[in-house]
Design a protein around this ligand. Structure first.
Ligand SMILES: Cc1ncc(COP(=O)(O)O)c(C=O)c1O
Length: 467
């Protein structure tokens, strides 16, 4: 439960009031009292997952994204997006053969360790965002430089990890959250999505698209449900299909270049540990042959059967459309209004989006986000996520976010959101005042300020120069 004293605006979880316990209870009761359901639910699951759930997900996605090609053969059940990411890397990459992992940055930081666990320590590279999403020219330059290095003999054969003859290894991985990104909240334009798929194809790359927020969308800048949300953006995996991904294209190997990584964590609850991937049929079969699945059966078998029941009963759509989306929309709106009132007049700016869980704030210069985070916690008991945790820190000379913070509007009580942001406004005001005093003090005493952050934060930040 949220703590009564501390306001946690960093936690990217759904609020307890949003969890559909009653619907889960009903679905579980149905499943656990019917042998046709509880026997498969309690046994090892099929490699690609419970077939009725795969069918139900395919039908739901077909309808939502208007993608008639989303059929059961393209869906593989996962234990959530994080576990799916690990399995995808295990099956489709080799830590030596696969040259690079490009991460759109700022990056969902908990993905870093998954890449490192799969042998990619030191190979992670940040790719910045621009107004349309991923900076495609930057990415292309990196890939071209890689191609030259490979031609000059720097390329190495795979390490020889066990593989089936048909197994596909990709040369590069590109990781992104194309819609309502965590943390920047950006959504990639359609043009940029097309460019990204083309580049992935040209450079034997697999795009892993964390599509975990796509369903959480609403009309921007309003709390009213009467206004309709902008059109649903096609996923990268849909663009890959439309551009002849899989076997339709001459010379194509059938695997395509994109996998969509979906999850019920943000829609039902993270404890479900159930998600799905969508990709070409060949990709899906290969992914389902991941060693841990062959041994343990599909992950999330019991929960998957219960989620399937929710989908069949219409409970999932009711949860989404009647609980989750209206609440998140209202929360987003309330937090935006508070940011406009308490932070923007002091020189901060905020991201503009119409979905997801977050708002991404840029603090005014010279405020350091790290110092701000410490002050918010110590002075006001408000926790926020500082921008630097979303940096690809091992990418030396990479992109830095030392003035950014991420706020989540999904976790705390609705009425606490404005209170929290108001507190942040006080912190900002106080820090700006400290900076001004320092500046004035410096003028009087002839010192050069090398960093405007208040000295008591990070030790010695003032250098006397005796001009
Ligand atoms: C972009 C992104 N991917 C993956 C996850 C984790 O998903 P799951 O709970 O399905 O593993 C999160 C959770 O915050 C996320 O924001």
């Amino acid at each position: 439960m949220p703590s009564p004293n501390i306001l946690d605006l960093s936690r990217g979880w759904p609020a307890p009031s949003l969890l559909p316990a009653a619907a889960l209870l009903r679905a579980s009761q149905t499943v656990l009292t019917d042998p046709n359901l509880f026997v498969p639910a309690l046994q090892y699951g099929d490699d690609a997952g419970y077939e009725l759930l795969r069918i139900a997900i395919a039908e739901w996605l077909q309808e939502f994204f208007s993608t008639p090609w989303t059929t059961v053969g393209r869906i593989c059940i996962s234990g959530g997006a994080s576990m799916a990411l690990a399995c995808i890397l295990q099956v489709f990459t080799d830590p030596v053969y696969t040259q690079n992992v490009f991460l759109v940055t700022p990056t969902y930081f908990l993905a870093f360790k998954v890449f490192e666990d799969n042998g990619f320590t030191g190979k992670l590279k940040g790719v910045p965002e621009d107004a349309e999403g991923i900076d495609i020219e930057y990415l292309e330059q990196c890939l071209l430089a890689q191609d030259i290095a490979s031609r000059n003999g720097f390329s190495q054969p795979p390490t020889g990890i066990s593989r089936t003859p048909q197994r596909k290894l990709f040369r590069n991985i590109i990781y992104c959250v194309p819609t309502f990104s965590n943390p920047s909240t950006k959504s990639m334009s359609i043009r940029r999505r097309q460019q990204l798929v083309q580049i992935a194809r040209d450079h034997d790359s697999l795009v892993i698209a964390d599509d975990v927020y796509d369903h959480l969308r609403w009309a921007p800048h309003t709390s009213s449900r009467n206004e309709s949300a902008p059109p649903v953006l096609p996923r990268l995996v849909d663009i890959d299909h439309e551009m002849g991904g899989g076997t339709q294209r001459p010379g194509a190997d059938g695997f395509g270049n994109v996998v969509s990584n979906g999850s019920f964590s943000k829609i039902i609850g993270p404890g479900c540990r159930t998600g799905w991937t969508e990709a070409t049929d060949s990709f899906t079969v290969e992914l389902s042959q991941c060693g841990s699945t062959l041994s343990g059966g599909s992950p999330s078998q019991l929960t998957g059967v219960i989620v399937c029941q929710m989908l069949k009963e219409g409970a999932l759509l009711r949860q989404l459309n009647e609980v989750m989306i209206p609440s998140l929309q209202r929360r987003h709106w309330l937090m935006r209004i508070a940011v406009q009132k308490y932070l923007i007049p002091q020189g901060a700016s905020m991201s503009d989006s119409n979905g997801g869980y977050f708002i991404w704030i840029t603090l005014p210069t010279p405020i350091s986000a790290k110092d701000f985070t410490i002050r918010a916690a110590s002075d006001e008991d408000v926790i926020v996520a500082p921008g630097d945790i979303f940096e690809v820190s091992s990418d030396k000379g990479g992109f830095r976010f030392d003035r950014e913070i991420r706020l989540c509007f999904a976790w705390e009580l609705e009425e606490a959101l404005a209170v929290g942001v108001k507190s942040l406004g006080r912190v900002l005001e106080s820090m700006l005042r400290d900076c001004q005093e320092l500046e004035e003090h410096a003028k009087v005493t002839d010192v050069e300020i090398v960093d405007f952050a208040p000295a008591h934060f990070s030790g010695n930040r003032i250098r006397t120069t005796h001009l």
